[in-house]
Design a protein around this ligand. Structure first.
Ligand code: XMP
Length: 513
């Protein structure tokens, strides 16, 4: 296995991601937990030093143990990792003075060949992504230069005898387009076969959860979405009945959703699931409320109260499981504290752990969405669950602009079901990021048979997106739209008009509220 020593870069996880793509097993450990004993125990076959925000010039800056250089295994230092390597092995690092580089840069190869660079330089230069203030001003004894950039004369250096490699740029990021090639070469020269798979990840994750949780109890807010479902299935595999899932049913779910989720996890997968049916409570408190933020806040607060009420009934709970993914981790780090406007108060259980004195179990923290899906398949979750469109925490409340009534919710559930059925029948479900029907707070006049109708209008929404941050409307054919409108009006009592929302995000948002 490969050890990544983390010096605090925001993109360390991307190194792990690149290695997983190469089917190499790796673990990330923060520099302050890696000492000599750890190294002896871990016995890495290769080591990568990540980047990081510190300056090696400053006293007390993070270091790996000296011993790492005596392991006799290949080491790759990236950015801060390069500098720390140079400094510790007898080179010199200096501060800026016009040599800082941020963003795109081009590296040109040196005269000599290097195994790390094999097949990398497609032309006489390669685009790389730099992000450094300090720079190496003298390389360590035994090192030679194999690539330079205008502001980094030592962009790529190596001690070929010891297989120590040091690069100033970040090969793991998207803006170093051929960066994966360097990792591929690195793991190949370190002797990795590339035979690690999601099933190995599953085993390792299960072992890690067992170690963390011990014989204590874990609770999890199961929503039926991909992330919480995969997290629950994985934790269940690790600790069995030490996991209890609470499925908070706020009465704002889609047609048959509560029954399907509960049946799937309780009966099919044998998880302990508490179906907290609190429809009365939620709908009661929402009565007469039509302001979007007020609705969201009511639901968010009640959700936490309800979850806590059910969790309090379980003895000895010490852990709260969450399906946090890696993109959530990056976002919360890089945007924390920055000025931002609240567009919508997203509801989540973020504040719960402190409030309830619980520790977190987050087994998906290192994964990206597509990897979570692969893990879900590996764990035997049905494809229909894994490929599901996202569904917001406040549920149908935010698809029912204005006041929420049971009548409107019932009509909405039926219309949404017909719409999604149409999308599935036409084989479009997987092309669309998210699709749903919203019921509008207006009644319109229509004519059906020989009679006048005065029913609700609904809006259909379908968007394409990669991350939900920006989105475009899905270009259905007129035939599809016409057929769907006809079906909804014929099959759903209470709707006599169908519109299609063609707003992108921005300026619109994906949900109506
Ligand atoms: P908007 O409407 O902000 O939605 O463009 C972006 C994505 O987030 C989902 N969404 C939520 N998810 N809690 C959630 O868990 C929420 O409160 C919430 N509000 C919106 C929305 O469905 C879309 O995928």
């Amino acid at each position: 296995r490969l050890l990544i020593i983390d010096f605090g870069s925001q993109v360390t996880q991307l190194i792990a991601r690149r290695l997983r793509e190469l089917k190499v097993y790796c673990e990330i450990h923060p520099f302050n937990t890696v000492d000599e004993a750890f190294l002896a125990d871990f016995a890495p076959r290769a080591v990568i030093f990540s980047g990081g925000p510190a300056s090696v010039i400053d006293a007390g800056s993070p270091r790996p143990p000296e011993k790492v250089f005596d392991l006799g295994v290949p080491i790759l230092g990236i950015c801060y990792g390069q500098q720390v390597m140079m400094e510790m092995l007898g080179g010199k690092v200096e501060r800026g003075h016009g040599t800082a580089e941020f963003g795109r840069a081009y590296v040109t190869p040196g005269a000599q060949k290097l195994d790390l660079l094999e097949g990398w330089f497609a032309t006489d230069r390669e685009q790389v992504w730099m992000s450094h203030g300090d720079h190496v001003s003298r390389i360590a004894p035994g090192f030679e230069v194999f690539g330079t950039s205008p502001n980094a004369p030592f962009a790529i250096t190596a001690d070929t005898a010891r297989h120590f490699y040091a690069v100033q740029f970040h090969p793991e990021v998207h803006h170093t387009p051929n960066g994966s090639k360097l990792y591929e070469n690195f793991v190949r020269l370190a002797g990795f076969e590339g035979d690690w798979t999601m099933s190995t990840y599953r085993e390792e994750a299960v072992a890690a959860i067992r170690e963390q949780v011990g014989d204590k109890h874990v609770i999890c807010a199961l929503s039926g979405g991909v992330d919480s479902s995969v997290a629950a299935a994985l934790i269940h595999e690790a600790v069995g009945d030490q996991l209890t899932c609470v499925f908070v049913d706020h009465g704002l779910l889609r047609k048959n959703e509560a029954q399907e989720v509960v049946a799937m996890f309780r009966d099919h997968m044998n998880l302990q699931v508490i179906h907290a049916d609190e429809t009365e409570l939620f709908l009661g408190q929402l009565e007469g409320q039509s302001d979007p933020e007020t609705k969201r806040k009511i639901i968010g607060k009640l959700f936490i109260d309800v979850f806590q009420k059910y969790a309090d009934q379980i003895d000895g709970v010490e852990f709260l499981a969450q399906g946090t993914l890696y993109p959530d981790v990056i976002e919360s780090v890089s945007f924390s504290g920055g000025p931002s406007v609240t567009i919508k108060s997203h509801h989540n259980v973020g504040g719960l752990p402190e409030k309830m004195g619980l520790k977190l179990v987050e087994p998906l923290r290192e994964l990206f969405k597509d990897e979570v899906r692969a893990l879900g398949r590996e764990l035997g979750l049905p494809p229909s669950f894994i490929g599901r469109h996202p569904f917001p925490g406040p549920g149908l409340a935010i698809r029912c602009p204005g006041e929420i009534t049971r009548e409107k919710l019932d009509i909405l559930r039926e219309a949404d079901a017909v719409y999604i059925d149409q999308i599935r029948k036409h084989g479009l479900y997987d092309e669309i990021w998210q699709a749903y029907a919203a019921i509008l707070p207006v009644r319109t006049v229509g004519v059906m048979g020989d009679g006048r109708t005065y029913d609700f209008a609904c809006a259909l929404r379908a968007v394409t997106s990669v991350d939900g941050m920006t989105a475009d409307y899905y270009p259905f054919t007129h035939e599809f739209l016409g057929e769907t409108a006809t079906r909804i009006i014929n099959e759903v009592k209470g709707i006599n008009r169908v519109t299609y929302d063609i707003t992108s995000k921005p300026p619109g948002t994906i949900e109506w509220e």
